[in-house]
Design a protein around this ligand. Structure first.
Ligand code: SF4
Ligand code: SF4
Ligand code: SF4
Length: 244
């Protein structure tokens, strides 16, 4: 959970018997990314996590891929405020169980996605190439993403993304887009983290729309099997992404 101490707010792991202190639920920090780091430090027992709807969907994606055992997680459902929903342009803001807050209405559409969808493919490409030229390859979008979980990231390999190349070129963004297309739960953390202000959430939303239209697949559903893990004969494959 997020805790305020001496005027600063930061993620905190609180053990049994410890004073909880001043909990803050108004900051959409990606606690699931933190959970992935501390999960192995706590080999036994349960871990309680404040989960917004996007956190709940990230947990579902991690559980499906055997990265965590959801039976060890106690979810404290947090319904996001209207202000937060507007900031996140969130179309799915209410967790399956609300323990904190009141459910609020989603934002039905992303204005930039709608505008881009009306452009020709050439104009859209021009828009994204211009955006990607701003990228400084800081990796904030990958490191802060709750479902970007490979131990060794292919984007850090020189084969696909030359070490010295900044901006990194289209392959960087295409590989990341492909890797996120069946996992992205639209939390917006990549966009919030990006120092170059590239509208990464819009990119994810547009790709998610295609994924839904073409394959009927929506990330975050614990029962839905990714079409990327399915053979043409309909057999499910293991997702083994320890090393990408
Ligand atoms: S993406 Fe949606 S569920 Fe997640 S913090 Fe934003 S408003 Fe809440
Ligand atoms: S919105 Fe960005 S940070 Fe969040 S899950 Fe999707 S790719 Fe990851
Ligand atoms: S956060 Fe932005 S600038 Fe940094 S690597 Fe990702 S897209 Fe590039």
């Amino acid at each position: 959970m997020m805790r305020e101490e001496h005027g600063n707010v930061a993620p905190a792991l609180i053990s049994k018997g410890e004073d909880v202190g001043e909990i803050r639920v108004d900051i959409p920090y990606q606690l699931i990314t933190i959970l992935e780091t501390i999960y192995s430090w706590v080999p036994k027992g349960k871990i309680a996590v404040i989960t917004r709807r996007c956190d709940e969907k990230a947990l579902a994606e991690l559980t499906k891929r055997n990265y965590i055992d959801e039976k060890r997680i106690i979810k404290i459902g947090l319904a996001c405020s209207k202000e937060q929903i507007a900031k996140c342009r969130c179309s799915d803001p209410v967790p399956s169980k609300v323990d904190i807050g009141e459910p609020n209405e989603p934002v039905p559409k992303d204005d930039l996605s709608e505008r881009l969808a009306k452009l020709s493919p050439e104009e859209r490409l021009k828009f994204w190439v211009k955006q990607f030229r701003k990228c400084n390859k800081c990796f904030a979008c990958t490191h802060n993403c709750p479902v970007c979980f490979c131990d060794d990231c292919v984007l850090e390999e020189r084969t696909f993304v030359p070490e010295q190349s900044i901006p990194p070129g289209l392959s960087f963004h295409m590989i990341r887009s492909y890797h996120m297309i069946d996992k992205c739960i639209e939390c917006g953390e990549c966009e919030r983290s990006c120092p170059a202000e590239i509208p990464l959430l819009t990119l994810r939303k547009m790709l998610a729309k295609d994924m839904k239209e073409v394959y009927g697949y929506v990330p975050g559903d614990p029962k839905a099997v990714s079409p990327l893990n399915t053979t043409l004969e309909g057999e499910t494959l293991e997702d083994e992404c320890d090393e990408c």
